[in-house]
Design a protein around this ligand. Structure first.
Ligand SMILES: O=C(O)CCC(=O)C(=O)O
Ligand SMILES: [Fe+2]
Length: 279
C-alpha cells in the first residue's frame, strides 16, 4: 500500500480519490481549494494561544465539549493507558473562542465544511450500488446544518524528556466521525497502519490535504470504507525541541442521523467519548 497525492484538478481525481479511501481509508489531495496561507495563519495564531496563559480561561466544558483541553486531560486512545502528549482547542461556531482566533477559525470552518460536503458527494457517487443502499440519506445531507462538526486546533509541545515512558504525541487510534479533513501539519509525524500492519508515513508536503474515513462512515458503508488506524510519532534528535501544530476538521452528522440498524450518530458518539475518558 502506498499513499500518493492526487491532483484535485486531474480528470479522474474524484474516482481515484474514492478508490484510495476504499483501499486505505486515506486520500491525499494536492492543488485543492483550501488556502494554505489561511491554514498557516491559524497555525501561527494557534501557537500564540497555546503559549499564552489566556488558554486557561477557556477550559473545556464536559457537556458541550468546546474549549481548551490541557495536556492533563488529553485523550487516552482506546486500548491504551498513557495519555497523548498534546493539548488542543475545540472550536464550534456556537462555542467559546478567544478573539485572537475567532474570525480565522470561523472562515476556515465554513469553507472547509463546504469543501468536505463536495468530497462526500464524490464518495457517494463512487460507492457501489450495494453500499449506497446502506445510506439512509445522501452523505452530504447528513452533515448539512450539523452543529456537531468540530474543528480542533492541536498543539504537540516540544519534548522535554520528562514524558511518561511509552507516551507518544497521538497513540494509535481511529477517528469517530464520518470524514476528517486534515491539512498537512507544520512538522512530520503522522503515520497510517497498512492492511499488513506496517506503519507508513502520510505524505506531509506543506499544502497537501489529508482526508480519512472515520468510524461513522465505516458503520454507514457496512465496512466498504475502512476507518484506518493512525498515530503521530515523537520526533527524534534536534527536532524534539520543535512543536507541532495541526488542524483536523471532524465532520459529524446531525445527531438524529441513522448510521445503521445499530446506531444513530448521537448514540455512537456518546459511546465513543466515554471510552476516551473525556466525557
Ligand atoms: O495531528 C495530526 O496530524 C493528526 C491528529 C489526529 O489524528 C486526531 O486528532 O485525531
Ligand atoms: Fe485522528
Amino acid at each position: 500500500m502506498k499513499l500518493i497525492a492526487i491532483d484535485y484538478h486531474a480528470d479522474n481525481a474524484d474516482q481515484a480519490f474514492v478508490e484510495s479511501l476504499h483501499q486505505t481509508g486515506f486520500g491525499v489531495l494536492k492543488n485543492h481549494p483550501i488556502d494554505q496561507k489561511k491554514v498557516d495563519d491559524i497555525y501561527k495564531a494557534g501557537k500564540a494561544f497555546f503559549d499564552s496563559e489566556e488558554k486557561h480561561q477557556f477550559l473545556y466544558d464536559k457537556e458541550t465539549q468546546d474549549g481548551y483541553f490541557p495536556p492533563t486531560v488529553s485523550e487516552v486512545a482506546k486500548g491504551h493507558k498513557t495519555k497523548d502528549i498534546k493539548e488542543y482547542f475545540h472550536y464550534y461556531p456556537w462555542g467559546r473562542c478567544p478573539e485572537s482566533l475567532r474570525q480565522q477559525l470561523a472562515d476556515y470552518y465554513t469553507q472547509t465544511t463546504d469543501f468536505a460536503a463536495e468530497l462526500l458527494g464524490w464518495v457517494e457517487k463512487y460507492s457501489p450500488d450495494e453500499v449506497c443502499r446502506h445510506y439512509r440519506e445522501p452523505l452530504s445531507q447528513m452533515v448539512k446544518n450539523s452543529q456537531q462538526t468540530l474543528l480542533r486546533v492541536l498543539h504537540y509541545p516540544p519534548l522535554t524528556g520528562g514524558e511518561e515512558p511509552g507516551a507518544i504525541r497521538a497513540a494509535a487510534h481511529e477517528d469517530i466521525n464520518l470524514l476528517t479533513i486534515l491539512p498537512a501539519a507544520n512538522e512530520p509525524g503522522l503515520q497510517v497502519k497498512s492492511k499488513t500492519g506496517e506503519w507508513l508515513d502520510v505524505p506531509c508536503d506543506f499544502g497537501n490535504l489529508i482526508v480519512n474515513i472515520g468510524d461513522m462512515l465505516q458503520e454507514a458503508s457496512g465496512g466498504y470504507f475502512p476507518s484506518t488506524t493512525h498515530r503521530v510519532i515523537n520526533p527524534q534528535g534536534a527536532d524534539q525541541s520543535r512543536s507541532r501544530i495541526s488542524l483536523p476538521l471532524f465532520l459529524h452528522p446531525r445527531p438524529e442521523v441513522v448510521l445503521s440498524d445499530r446506531h444513530t450518530a448521537d448514540s455512537y458518539l456518546k459511546e465513543r467519548l466515554r471510552e476516551l475518558g473525556v466525557k
